[in-house]
Design a protein around this ligand. Structure first.
Ligand SMILES: *Cc1c(COP(=O)(O)O)cnc(C)c1O
Length: 484
């Protein structure tokens, strides 16, 4: 962070208030005054900031600059794919014909939008090898939930309702067991073996006539390709279960491997990770669910369809129903569609190649300083471990905080849980070699500092508007509003 930020006016909006100042001059009211509600419902006093327009604009512009964002800084947050979102996507999603339609408009009035949904379904089906697609889920986790409802509905229709168990690896993304529990399944954990793969023998002994589904994050949360995937899908299928793949981050697979070809029956993907749509701050997400042809009749509604030249929004025959009010996050769908069309098939394959190359470059350049969760080629992310640094009195958390002083967002920390002092780094395909080299240099510099000046690392960050927080108090007693 550079000095201008340190010198900025840090006063809160309320502290900038001067009685009588106004940001806007309202016109004289031209409607009759209405009687006030019962006085007991009214407040005597409502402290609002009184501020001129320029001050308001400066205040909020400065606040926005305090945010760390992919548009301003390198953001190597593993398991989250924080990559560049081309501005073209926004331009297309903002076209009035897309931006101004109402979700209750019938499909025949918004053929262009439904065509976009249809073609996006086709593209996602094609990329995953799973041709049944619903764009309805509003997040990755909701895609998982929808996929698990589909698995349940499939077994129930076959009068196989004793299948109530979801088997989930211990390396799974946290939403996987949570979604399974929400879908009414019992979660059974399968351990990973010493090299970070699913323990296939353990999986074999856990699968039986109660297995509804096996959920695998692909690539795994260790950033690894599961080498036994074909054996795994075969074991689960021969026990009568379905295979679910969490494809939230498909960056390493696009155009290279199709989940359907590996025996996966159901997957979701996060458009707000893999398909370059904005991500973070709890904003709108999108987690389409993709299934085999056999499972397509269970998809949540609506599913866009085409007959002749007409596009419709349909309810599949055995649909698990609606999982949100309308058709999914349409503006996110428009962005992902634009990205896929702009990249083309070869472009998407290059995404995978570069995502893998960048992660392995970082891993190779740092493995003499940091331990690795698995010492083998990674896919789109590498999981480092700060165990060597901890022996010198500095934790992974401290290293993550110190990176902030260098204008680099912290990697994902302490996840996956099975790796001690994990620092999970995902550079993504969109970063230049110069950015990667700078990150590597900073990481090596911090490692030197762990030896020469551990206190500076332990007390980082030093240059940000907010320095080291008391994390327990920040979570338990947050200040959420202005206090005098
Ligand atoms: C982000 C992520 C999810 C959850 O996606 P949300 O949109 O945050 O609900 C699930 N699985 C994996 C592997 C992820 O990285």
């Amino acid at each position: 962070m550079t000095t201008p930020m340190r010198e900025m006016d840090r006063r809160l909006l309320m502290d900038r208030s001067v009685p009588g100042r106004r940001a806007v001059a309202l016109p004289e009211s031209d409607v009759p005054a209405q009687p006030m509600p019962d006085a007991t419902l009214l407040r005597d006093d409502l402290p609002l900031p009184e501020i001129a327009q320029l001050e308001v604009i400066r205040y909020f512009s400065l606040l926005s600059q305090l945010n760390f964002s992919i548009d301003t800084n390198f953001y190597p947050l593993g398991s989250c794919t924080m990559k560049y979102n081309p501005k073209l996507n926004d331009a297309i999603a903002s076209l009035p014909g897309f931006a101004n339609i109402h979700p209750n408009q019938p499909a025949e009035q918004v053929q262009g939008a439904v065509q976009l949904m249809y073609e996006l379904q086709e593209a996602l089906g094609d990329l995953t090898g799973l041709p049944g697609v619903s764009l309805a889920p509003l997040a990755g986790a909701q895609g998982e939930y929808a996929g698990l409802l589909i698995a349940r509905a499939y077994h129930a229709r076959r009068n196989d309702s004793a299948r109530t168990v979801a088997i989930v690896p211990d390396s799974a993304h946290g939403t996987n067991p949570a979604s399974a529990a929400m879908a009414g399944l019992e979660v059974v954990t399968v351990p990973s073996d010493a090299s970070g793969n699913v323990d296939v023998d353990a999986l074999r002994s856990l699968t039986d006539e109660r297995t509804a589904v096996f959920m695998l994050t692909m690539p795994s949360t260790l950033g690894l390709f599961e080498p036994s995937i074909l054996e795994i899908t075969q074991i689960v299928h021969s026990a009568g279960g379905l295979v679910y793949a969490d494809g939230a981050n498909l960056n390493a697979l696009l155009g290279m491997v199709r989940l359907g070809d590996l025996g996966v029956d159901i997957c979701h993907s996060n458009l707000h990770k893999t398909f370059s749509t904005p991500h973070g701050g709890g904003g709108p997400g999108s987690g389409p669910v993709m299934v085999t042809e056999e499972l397509a009749s269970f998809l949540p509604e609506p599913v866009a369809a085409k007959s002749g030249d007409t596009y419709t929004l349909d309810t599949p025959e055995h649909s698990v129903g609606k999982i949100n009010g309308f058709h999914g996050s349409f503006s996110i769908l428009a962005r992902a569609y634009t990205y896929i069309r702009a990249m083309g098939r070869d472009g998407l394959k290059a995404v995978a190649e570069n995502a893998i190359l960048n992660a392995n470059y970082i891993q190779a350049q740092l493995k003499d300083r940091f331990d690795l969760a698995a010492d083998r080629y990674c896919m789109h992310e590498t999981v480092l471990s700060a165990t060597r640094q901890r022996k010198r009195g500095v934790k992974g958390l401290d290293i993550a905080k110190r990176l902030l002083d260098h204008g680099i967002h912290a990697p994902t920390m302490y996840f996956p849980l099975i790796v001690d002092e994990a620092l999970m780094v995902e550079p993504t395909e969109t970063e230049s070699k110069e950015t990667l080299d700078r990150f590597i240099e900073v990481m090596r510099q911090i490692d030197d500092e762990v030896t020469s000046d551990p206190e500076t690392v332990r007390t980082a960050p030093h240059t940000l508007p907010v320095t080291r927080l008391d994390e327990a108090a920040a979570a338990r007693k947050p200040y959420l509003r202005w206090q005098e």
